[in-house]
Write a protein that binds this ligand. Structure first.
Ligand SMILES: NC(=O)c1ccc[n+]([C@@H]2O[C@H](COP(=O)([O-])OP(=O)(O)OC[C@H]3O[C@@H](n4cnc5c(N)ncnc54)[C@H](O)[C@@H]3O)[C@@H](O)[C@H]2O)c1
Ligand SMILES: O=C(O)[C@H](O)COP(=O)(O)O
Length: 598
């Protein structure tokens, strides 16, 4: 979880005025402009990848993809299907590509993102396992990773069952023997499945389907998965058990968990020692979940009677691998997802996800970005724009903006605290603050990471208002602490640069600067002037701008009291020239002024 933007959220209620602390927020694993074309409310430029010149994006397909998926891609982009590239060839091509599609055979490491020099915006994994993609590097480079998690589930489960049955009845060994001219009926006597206990390790999509099928074969099925709900297991007659119990009671073990640091070599010398003598193991998950040397030892020691493996730590495994060559081991070359049906389904699933992401739509299968539902997005749309613009304004009010380290964001809303997902808003405030002062590209994928890397600490506060929650939010306030301001009037009483805004009739407005109330739409650019409140000021500034052909879209004056200090906020469509700004500054009643780009 990113520490930079995920600090404790304190929630104050206006009535009574008390604060309560919320626990940490869900992680934002870590986007250019954000746009919401009105035709499709789901369009959010997560990973802006429209080519500047309006030309089609380029998608590199690095491994065999079903025809229907390729066709879908070709309708939208230039598609380069280059299979069997060396890592060097991939690194060379990648700087010309907006998206990359791989299966499990291509390693997408940090060097791929580095070599892309910022062009690669989406990596599509045509399948489930994303252990071949460096997610951390992808996130750091603001590259969205999407996968195709559902289309090959049945194929993998069927392959697991095929290996289970083939192993139990020595099908592969017997086949090789007959083809070698032998006829050894006694040697290949197998074991029955019915009535035996199968432990499914990893009760997710594939594990569940394997369990269902094994029940159909008359097996007793238990499962171990620390994250699986017991009711889902009970619904299909499977008992969830602890890891130790699964190991100790299983006649057959079938592995279906992802390869992560926690599951790496989860079957090892120690865990093999806890298994029933004569246990049989099936692995269609990832080779790395088994310590392969330990498995050879367990086979030789008779702990493991047989193993059937579709996946290996290194693929392809060495020809002389003692595991692959072991007489009691049945192997297939990572064929779990390889059915005509699954490959067609995966190809379409990943093509749709990649095209959607390149189009700026929310990816339902995003691996390294928060999922925000279409409904929430539609509702938050104008607030997202407000959030980014407030960030942009605030940072431009800081003298030497790069020194910004502490950001406090306060959201007022009549909604319950858990009824407002602020991840998107937080990402856009971060974007607004960082982009004007750097050449870093910030999007929903890398906002928290970028904030953390720059030492930007963003804390969020929710203020619950009384009243009916018609709108998701009333106001957003952005305060930058421990900074000097280039416009002293923007400082709050506690010395922070402070801007506040709200959405009125769907349009973001700036409503407060420092302690001064203003009201100006957040469009175009803004000139803020502090002046002595006196008649004729609006006219004087308006004439200077008019003479310079600068169109004023909005003007508002916020003052402390009549004839005292006031702040004039002027929204302008065009950027005034230096001379024009100088003329405004020379008006005797103007004490300070600043020009801010939105
Ligand atoms: N051989 C193939 O061609 C093939 C095809 C599809 C999937 N796979 C692999 O199969 C595995 C499962 O795929 P899926 O689609 O079912 O994924 P999934 O995410 O639906 O299920 C994985 C399950 O593993 C569980 N899990 C995580 N850590 C665990 C642990 N320490 N102990 C026990 N369970 C744990 C998760 O809670 C989850 O329920 C993945 O590794 C995937 O890459 C291989
Ligand atoms: O994780 C997966 O989806 C499977 O391992 C399939 O991998 P593949 O796309 O390389 O067949």
């Amino acid at each position: 979880m990113s520490a930079a933007a995920s600090s404790t959220i304190s929630v104050a209620t206006t009535n009574p005025l008390k604060s309560l602390s919320l626990s940490s927020r869900s992680p934002l694993p870590s986007a250019s402009s954000i746009s919401f074309p009105s035709r499709n409310p789901r369009r959010l430029v997560l990973v802006s990848c429209t080519t500047g010149d309006g030309s089609k994006p380029t998608i590199l397909v690095a491994e065999k993809l079903g025809d229907a998926g390729v066709k879908l891609l070709e309708d939208f982009a230039n598609v380069d299907c280059s299979y069997n590239m060396t890592p060097e060839e991939l690194n060379t091509k990648i700087s010309l590509c907006d998206a990359l599609i791989v299966r499990s055979g291509t390693k997408v490491g940090r060097e791929v993102f580095e070599s892309s020099r910022g062009r690669l915006k989406v990596v599509g994994r045509a399948g489930v396992g994303i252990d071949n993609v460096d997610l951390r590097a992808a996130t750091e480079f603001g590259c969205l990773v999407v996968n195709a998690p559902t289309a090959n589930t049945i194929a993998a489960a069927e392959h697991g069952i095929a290996l289970l049955a083939a192993m139990a009845r020595n099908v592969a060994q017997a086949d090789a023997s007959v083809k070698a001219g032998e006829w050894k009926r006694n040697k290949y006597v197998g074991v029955s499945l019915v009535g035996k206990t199968l432990a499914v390790l990893g009760f997710g999509k594939v594990g569940t389907e394997v369990a269902r099928r094994a029940k159909g074969l008359g097996m007793r099925v238990i499962a171990h998965d620390p994250y699986a709900p017991a009711d889902r297991a009970h619904a299909i007659g499977v008992e969830l058990v602890g890891f130790g119990e699964a190991l100790a009671t299983a006649d057959f073990i079938s592995l279906h968990m992802p390869l992560t640091p926690a599951t790496s070599k989860i079957l090892n010398d120690e865990t093999f020692a806890k298994m029933k003598k004569g246990v049989r193991i099936v692995n269609v998950a990832r080779g790395g979940v088994i310590d392969e040397d330990a498995l050879v030892r367990a086979l030789d020691a008779g702990i493991v009677a047989q193993a059937a493996l579709d996946v290996f730590t290194k693929e392809p495994p060495a020809k002389d691998s003692p595991l692959v060559q072991h007489e009691r081991v049945t192997v297939t070359p990572h064929l779990g997802a390889s059915t005509m049906e699954a490959q067609e389904g995966v190809a379409i699933e990943i093509a749709e996800a990649v095209v959607g992401a390149l189009n700026g739509e929310l990816a339902a299968t995003a691996v390294n970005a928060p999922m925000v539902s279409a409904e929430v997005l539609t509702e938050l749309k104008p607030y997202v724009v407000l959030a980014e613009k407030l960030g942009r304004l605030a940072v431009q009010l800081v003298a030497g903006g790069s020194g910004v380290k502490n950001v406090k964001v306060s959201y007022t809303s009549a909604r319950a605290t858990d009824d407002l997902d602020t991840r998107l808003l937080r990402a856009m405030i971060t974007k607004g603050i960082i982009e004007p002062i750097s050449d870093v590209y910030v999007n929903l994928v890398n906002a928290d990471f970028t904030a953390k890397q720059r030492g930007l600490r963003l804390s969020e506060e929710r203020v619950v208002l009384d009243g009916s929650p018609e709108n998701p939010l009333e106001t957003i306030t952005v305060k930058l602490g421990n900074v000097e301001s280039k416009f002293a009037s923007s400082l709050s009483e506690s010395g922070e640069v402070k801007v506040e805004g709200k959405v009125k009739d769907g349009v973001p407005h700036l409503t407060k600067v420092g302690s001064f109330e203003v009201d100006v739409t957040l469009e175009g650019s803004i000139i803020l002037c502090r002046q002595v409140d006196q008649p004729g000021m609006i006219g004087t500034v308006g004439s200077i701008l008019g003479e310079s052909n600068v169109n004023v879209n909005f003007m508002s004056v916020g003052r402390i009291a009549p004839r005292k200090q006031a702040i004039m906020a002027i929204g302008v469509d065009d950027q005034p020239s230096k001379e024009t700004l100088k003329k405004i500054g020379e008006i005797p009643a103007v004490e300070e002024f600043v020009f801010l780009k939105l």
